[in-house]
Design a protein around this ligand. Structure first.
Ligand SMILES: Cc1cc2nc3c(=O)[nH]c(=O)nc-3n(C[C@H](O)[C@H](O)[C@H](O)COP(=O)(O)OP(=O)(O)OC[C@H]3O[C@@H](n4cnc5c(N)ncnc54)[C@H](O)[C@@H]3O)c2cc1C
Length: 442
């Protein structure tokens, strides 16, 4: 049995940041993740936007954490050596009737303290973003909106957490939780964990994890969204473009990603099967994207995927709009139903949870905490394994050395297989490198 002060359940971006921030204090920490790698849940499939904070109700936790999280993003990404692009965003509308909505969001943003927000005329927006279909009725410009690769950010936080002493338990699902005299006993598919504090960051399953010990109060109802990815040679807008339409609220979104790809996201949808795309949804997204950005070359699409969103409802049926941070018993904290802008707020939420745990445990600051993590450096190794993304053998070996145990795990760390051929040319070579590294047992 493992003994620790705090056990974090779930290795998505939120669990990884919670674990990292716990080590700012002298709190011994274990991170349990049921998958063989971190960041394979919601963190793997979302819109990758670092929101400015004008969408959230003034006074809410979401508004406060988003504005603060956004302002701090450059620093966090510098510490963790993760690329971050503060490209700015335009929320555009083609309907006169929706211009008022933009004004309300502008006012809300000003109240929330979002810097640099500006209402633009249609002409100003079209001049700023020439790819937009003409006829824009108005736009809201937010210069602080940005984009980050969500799983790279989460993996970087995870690596830094482990460097600072967090004990990872990958491939280990929590199956039961018992209250003990001094804290909690977590039964798992592997070794049991005895701890004083539990931090439940189980994403889509956070309600079920809480119900392992407490009666149901909040339940997660899933819906989804579909995405298309265009390769880095596609012509792209410079800003993140959100479409505001009276009929469907926030419609399609176009995100120029840090890797040079363009990500297109559709409207929210009921899901038939988790993480499954539909022909109809993708066709709708394709034509909506072409209508918004007529110059887009849709032959540049290299991938589609679907995301799952955990919508939190109380047992009474009431929907929760703010971040649900539940504290059903002393020392037990649950993030339940953290949807957008959870990525933007990952560090803020982690700091908040770590602060709560530190107060509960009466913990001291950890003078040895090192916030810096080195990225996997581009090497000048002549052996290129992924031709599309120019990834060398040296980079792949370093990803494997850091714990990547599958072709997908390597991809999430160094971007191999993310290009035009989607790994059809390099997967075999990467499998071979994995086998060699694991002594032929992979
Ligand atoms: C469609 C969509 C778009 C979004 N876009 C944005 C955006 O653009 N910007 C933004 O700021 N936010 C966005 N978000 C929100 C953000 O992506 C999430 O808040 C964040 O990724 C949630 O991370 P997580 O760690 O809670 O969940 P996850 O990444 O799902 O991690 C939870 C982990 O817990 C593990 N787990 C579950 N049960 C157990 C168990 N019993 N034992 C052990 N492990 C367990 C799972 O395997 C999983 O790895 C979006 C969300 C969605 C759904």
């Amino acid at each position: 049995m493992k003994h620790c002060d705090a056990a974090v359940i779930g290795g998505g971006v939120l669990g990884c940041f919670a674990a990292r921030n716990l080590r700012r204090w002298n709190i011994s920490t274990v991170l349990l993740e049921q998958a063989e790698d971190v960041c394979t849940g919601i963190t793997r499939a979302n819109s990758a936007i670092v929101y400015a904070g004008y969408d959230n109700k003034p006074g809410s936790r979401k508004a406060e954490f988003t504005v603060r999280g956004n302002a701090d993003f450059d620093r966090v990404c510098r510490e963790l050596e993760v690329p971050f692009s503060r490209c700015g965003s335009l929320l555009v509308t083609y309907e006169d009737a929706s211009v008022d909505t933009l004004r309300r969001k502008w006012e809300q943003g000003i109240q929330n303290g979002v810097p640099g927000l500006k209402l633009l005329t249609g002409q100003e927006a079209e001049a700023m973003e020439p790819m937009l279909k003409s006829g824009v009725a108005g736009a809201l410009y937010a210069p602080t909106t940005g984009t980050v690769n969500p799983w790279r950010l989460g993996i970087a936080a995870f690596e830094n957490a482990v460097d600072n002493g967090v004990v990872p338990m990958l491939g280990t699902a929590v199956t039961a939780i018992e209250k003990t005299g001094t804290g909690y006993l977590l039964r798992t598919t592997g070794e049991a964990v005895c701890c004083k504090v539990v931090i439940n960051c189980a994403g889509l399953y956070a309600d079920r994890v809480q119900q392992l010990l407490f009666p149901p109060d909040i339940r997660l109802h899933w819906d989804g969204a579909e995405y298309l990815v265009l390769d880095s040679l596609a012509q792209k807008p410079e800003h993140i473009i959100f479409l505001q339409a009276k009929s469907c609220g926030k419609g399609i979104t176009a995100i120029p990603c840090t890797e040079g790809n363009l990500l297109l996201s559709g409207v929210r949808k009921p899901i038939c099967a988790p993480f499954a795309t539909t022909n109809e949804g993708l066709a709708e997204l394709n034509s909506a994207a072409k209508a918004l950005l007529p110059g887009l070359d849709m032959t540049r699409i290299i991938r589609s995927f679907a995301a799952v969103r955990p919508n939190p409802y109380r047992e009474s049926g009431e929907s929760l709009h703010d971040f649900g941070i539940d504290n059903p018993a002393p020392g037990f904290y649950s993030l339940i139903g953290i949807k957008t802008p959870g990525l933007t707020c990952a560090n803020e939420l982690g700091m908040y949870l770590a602060g709560q745990a530190a107060a509960f445990l009466d913990a001291r600051r950890n003078p040895d905490f090192n916030p810096h993590r080195r990225a996997i450096a581009k090497t000048d190794d002549p052996e290129i394994v992924c031709q599309c993304e120019n990834v060398t053998c040296g980079e792949i070996l370093e990803a494997i050395r850091r714990g990547a145990a599958s072709v997908d795990a390597v991809k999430r760390r160094v971007g191999s297989g993310m290009g035009r051929c989607q790994g059809s040319r390099c997967s075999f070579a990467i499998e071979r490198l994995l086998e060699e590294a694991h002594g032929g047992t992979c």
